[in-house]
Design a protein around this ligand. Structure first.
Ligand SMILES: CC(C)(COP(=O)(O)OP(=O)(O)OC[C@H]1O[C@@H](n2cnc3c(N)ncnc32)[C@H](O)[C@@H]1OP(=O)(O)O)[C@@H](O)C(=O)NCCC(=O)NCCS
Length: 152
């Protein structure tokens, strides 16, 4: 298995992988697809934000990330937008290899990786624990800027 930066030629394989994983990964019956957004994929590719894991020529995992200038007072922080591994290839170190690649990629440019994880996503929480991540509970808030005070 190798890791490398994704190119536009990987798009269909990435979308297929996302489709195959979404039903398996549904939490509370909700399938959370991430790669069904062409704009997101395009932006990530333009910013070299996708690393893929390849096993015998097949895309079996991916990680989306980009650098945020400031977050929680931390400068140049790597935001982990998503990481996914094909259900048949899990628990083989693919996610660790992807995150190792992310770490190398941003070496010298950023010092910390930040992720938001659903509290029921045990695999992802365990993965972060394996990386000795500091964790804490926060409430996510999304305010629609088109009408921020309408509900007040
Ligand atoms: C989370 C996910 C990316 C992990 O990928 P993976 O390739 O299976 O992870 P790895 O094999 O590299 O696991 C590394 C370590 O993480 C922990 N871990 C990973 N999956 C685990 C699970 N299902 N249960 C318990 N621990 C787990 C273990 O400590 C593991 O080391 P070990 O196998 O030596 O015990 C994968 O389960 C996945 O794609 N989930 C669906 C998508 C998702 O939820 N992404 C995260 C959104 S933030």
């Amino acid at each position: 298995m190798i890791t490398r930066s994704a190119t536009s030629q990987d798009i269909s394989a990435l979308v297929e992988l996302d489709e195959q994983s979404a039903p398996v990964d549904a939490i509370d019956g909700v399938e959370a697809r991430i790669l069904d957004k062409p704009d997101l994929l395009e932006w990530m590719l333009q910013h070299d934000g996708i690393v893929v894991a390849i096993d015998e020529g097949r895309v079996v995992g991916y990680v989306l990330s980009h650098v945020v200038k400031w977050m929680h007072g931390i400068p140049e922080l790597v935001w982990l937008e998503h990481i996914g591994v094909h259900p048949d290839f899990r628990r083989r170190g693919v996610a660790l290899a992807l995150l190792e690649a992310v770490s190398s990629k941003y070496h010298g440019r950023a010092s910390c990786l930040h992720a938001s994880i659903h509290p029921k996503n045990l695999a992802s929480l365990r993965l972060m624990a394996r990386l000795h991540a500091e964790t804490g509970e926060r409430v996510l808030a999304y305010v629609q800027l088109s009408s921020p005070t309408r509900a007040i």
